[in-house]
Design a protein around this ligand. Structure first.
Ligand SMILES: *Cc1c(COP(=O)(O)O)cnc(C)c1O
Length: 414
């Protein structure tokens, strides 16, 4: 069975249910089971639409956790990738390349931050940030060596490495993975007074998501980011915003911190930075902060490679030139309004900002996501009882309204 699947050519209009089942069986047999995906086997995607191996079409309402804000296989990003792939893909940082300088300059101009440290995955950029914050604390702020503390928020999500899960408050993310890394202090999210109290002379940084995405799109109280940034400034503590999911247009501004006119000392970006074509992340900060890194202090074989930089440059241009932040604000208001009109005893709360809307239910969200899939809409629960609605920011009004009708039908039938 497995061999016949591998030998068969997958073609666009394949209506092969057997193929889908065989591929699911193969993945379950040979792949580690660290995810529980919906049983849709994707064959191709374009814009907001995803097609499975059986030829069925779905509207994507997850956008790869906001990594494809620009829509799937965006033609301008694809062109940049193909062009670059024919010239040079990887040099390592042992040599310079002709894309990295332009990527750094353009990302710096986009974010208003002076310097860029290019990495690959989001977790890697967070790891790099923790190293920079600790080194800044020890070498610039004057914290005794090995004593630097970093304050984080309860229900955070910053990735899956050992150091990052060391300060996770989600038991499953930690279970069995200890021993953990010391040097972190957890405070409640949205509570500026708790931040003030937690700071000691050894505090190097405060790391926060401006909107807690994985926790269920939790918005902080108005003024929280501004007040936290001010408290950090008063205490010579770095204010670090993890904008990996909230940034690059998702909340209706280019960055979620801009809703409160806050410029973080350090900003972390990833996901949509390369429009889903490539893993590209970056740490952004002033020269005073990123300047603590000297040759040999930190590195990555793939970080800043010419392929990543060319793709990210195109992906950034698409966000700006197609006004995706503005679209997110406009379409997001429509989505929020429509979903709030749904009457169902299942719904506990609807909240969101931009094209990032959470529907918190009184019961499990998984069966609702499965029902939506049967209606042609792909989204994924976060935690047990929250449905996250986050389509590509390129979504057209009529497609959005079509989706709202499906969501209404599924929720009102329950
Ligand atoms: C996704 C995410 C990460 C981790 O990114 P990976 O690319 O999956 O390692 C970190 N922080 C936030 C806020 C995220 O949403």
């Amino acid at each position: 069975m497995a061999v016949s699947v591998l030998q068969r050519d997958v073609i666009d209009d394949s209506k092969n249910h057997e193929l889908a089942s065989s591929l699911i069986a193969l993945e379950d047999q040979y792949g580690a089971h660290n995810y529980k995906p919906l049983d849709v086997v994707v064959h191709r995607a374009s814009g907001v639409w995803i097609y499975d191996v059986e030829g069925r079409r779905y509207l994507d309402f997850l956008a790869a956790y906001s990594a494809v804000n620009q829509g799937h296989c965006h033609p301008r990003i694809l062109a940049a990738m193909l062009e670059q792939a024919q010239r040079v893909t990887l040099t390592s940082r042992a040599f310079r390349n002709d894309q990295l300088p332009l990527f750094c300059k353009e990302l710096s101009e986009l974010t208003g931050q002076e310097m860029v440290l290019p990495m690959n995955s989001g977790a890697e950029a967070v790891e790099s940030t923790l190293k920079v914050a600790r080194k800044w604390g020890h070498k610039v702020k004057g914290i005794p060596e090995g004593k630097a503390e970093i304050i984080v928020c309860a229900n955070n999500f910053h990735g899956r490495t050992i150091s990052i899960i060391s300060f996770s408050t989600e038991p499953q993310y930690r279970d069995g993975f200890g021993p953990f890394l010391p040097g972190f202090k957890v405070i409640p999210f949205g509570d500026a007074a708790a931040l003030r109290e937690a700071i000691t002379p050894n505090t190097a940084a405060f790391l926060v998501e401006p909107v807690q995405g994985e926790a269920g799109i939790i918005l902080p109280p108005d003024g929280y980011l501004r007040e936290s940034a001010a408290i950090c400034r008063e205490n010579n503590v770095l204010f670090i915003a993890d904008e990996i999911q909230s940034g690059l247009g998702r909340t209706g501004k280019l960055f979620a911190c801009q809703h409160e006119d806050v410029t973080p000392d350090v900003m972390i970006v990833g996901k949509a930075l390369a429009g889903g074509f490539y893993p590209v992340s970056a740490v952004l900060a002033s020269r005073k902060i990123l300047g603590v890194l000297n040759p040999g202090d930190h590195g990555s074989t793939f970080g800043g490679n010419p392929m990543a930089c060319a793709v990210a440059r195109a992906a950034m241009r698409v966000i700006v030139e197609e006004k995706l932040s503005e679209r997110s604000a406009e379409m997001g208001a429509l989505l929020l309004d429509r979903v709030r009109q749904i009457r169902s005893p299942q719904i506990r709360e609807v909240r969101g900002r931009g094209l990032w809307v959470a529907v918190e239910l009184n019961g499990p969200a998984r069966p609702v996501c499965e029902a939506l899939m049967r209606e042609g809409l792909l989204c994924k629960e976060t935690h047990d009882n929250v449905i996250r609605l986050a389509p590509p920011l390129t979504i057209e009004r009529e497609d959005l309204l079509w989706a709202c009708d499906r969501i209404k039908a599924v929720l009102e039938a329950r």
